[in-house]
Design a protein around this ligand. Structure first.
Ligand code: SF4
Length: 328
């Protein structure tokens, strides 16, 4: 992938295979804002940068607005959202920003997540200011971001401001990992056996988000004829990513932990069972983090391996998922 000098690929070599993620350039410290400033986010650069291979992009620079430039804003005109200059009413860059997002699809299709700058009339994901009937509302999306999200509805997208919330951050990182694994699956022969295996490995994660929808998705997959799998795959992905967007809950995690615990009921001593049950209960009461019962479960499954459990991404996640603090 080659991007111009304003939108360059990073040249550092990751220790692990980093996951490509698009990002608003200003968040990496590039001086591309209208006033020549940047919005460097140290957590994104210093922590997430260990796991993500960032692809920075500034749509306003790309359409030739340059630095410094007149700020732009969203205005609703005749029921349509337009992006116009704050000083020059005739400066309307809406169509250029839409076209920009459309022409960047070639690399949008190669990233597994996108971090956007909050509040930007170009990059904002949601709650961007818009002038409607002479009243300022906060319910729009930036033009570039909106077009990209329409083009790639399953792509995990988040704003830098929301990444400060540990629950939203973990949810985003997990979605990125799953979306990346989906891409790998797609590149192989996507038949029913492969999709069932993919689903089985993600089933416990899905149950931690929404048990009813996870069950329904599993049933839809089981009911799908092998010859219909290629057509079903997109529907599966949409439902998969919708479930993952629902925040995981402590109660659902407890159910998943107890389900996993059931696989050990004939092999653990009474004392080991008691210890495990106590840790799960401590987690349920908020007295221990999720990693505490998970660590003990992993320990037991090392000596008492079970193929289904050991292959699950819930128990054996990507290094990025493993570093999640499990704020629930
Ligand atoms: S928010 Fe988007 S358009 Fe604005 S400076 Fe940052 S990257 Fe460029």
């Amino acid at each position: 992938m080659s991007l111009n000098s304003n939108n360059r690929m990073p040249d550092t070599k990751p220790d692990i295979e980093k996951i490509p993620v698009g990002i608003s350039s200003c968040l990496l410290g590039e001086p591309v804002r209208y006033d020549g400033a940047h919005k460097l986010n140290s957590y994104i650069v210093n922590t997430l940068g260990d796991y993500f291979d960032f692809v920075p992009f500034c749509p306003e620079m790309h359409i030739g607005l340059g630095v410094p430039r007149e700020p732009i804003r969203l205005v609703e005109q005749e029921d349509k959202v337009r992006c116009i200059g704050t000083q020059t009413a005739t400066l309307d860059v809406t169509d250029q920003l839409v076209q920009c997002a459309n022409t960047q699809q070639y690399w949008h299709a190669t990233v597994f997540g996108y971090i956007l700058k909050q509040g930007s009339p170009s990059c904002g994901m949601e709650q961007v200011n818009i002038l409607r009937n002479n009243t300022l509302k906060q319910d729009a999306s930036g033009i570039y971001a909106h077009t990209m999200m329409q083009n790639f509805p399953a792509l995990p997208v988040e704003e830098e401001g929301r990444l400060g919330d540990p629950v939203l951050r973990e949810n985003f990182m997990q979605r990125v990992c799953v979306y990346s694994r989906w891409d790998t699956l797609q590149r192989s022969s996507l038949d029913k056996s492969a999709l069932c295996d993919f689903h089985a490995r993600h089933k416990l994660i899905l149950y931690s988000h929404d048990q009813d929808q996870a069950r329904a998705l599993g049933k839809a997959l089981a009911d799908c004829a092998a010859k219909d799998i290629p057509g079903f795959a997109q529907n599966y992905l949409t439902r998969l990513m919708t479930i993952l967007k629902i925040p995981a809950t402590r109660n659902n995690h407890v159910n998943v932990l107890q389900h996993i615990q059931g696989y050990l009921k004939t092999v653990l001593s009474a004392a080991d069972k008691q210890e495990l049950a106590e840790l799960i209960e401590a987690y349920r009461l908020g007295q221990a983090p999720l990693n505490t019962p998970l660590t003990l479960l992993r320990h037991h499954f090392r000596s008492q391996p079970d193929e289904y459990i050991n292959n699950s991404y819930y128990m054996n996640p990507h290094p990025l998922e493993l570093m999640l603090s499990h704020s629930l």
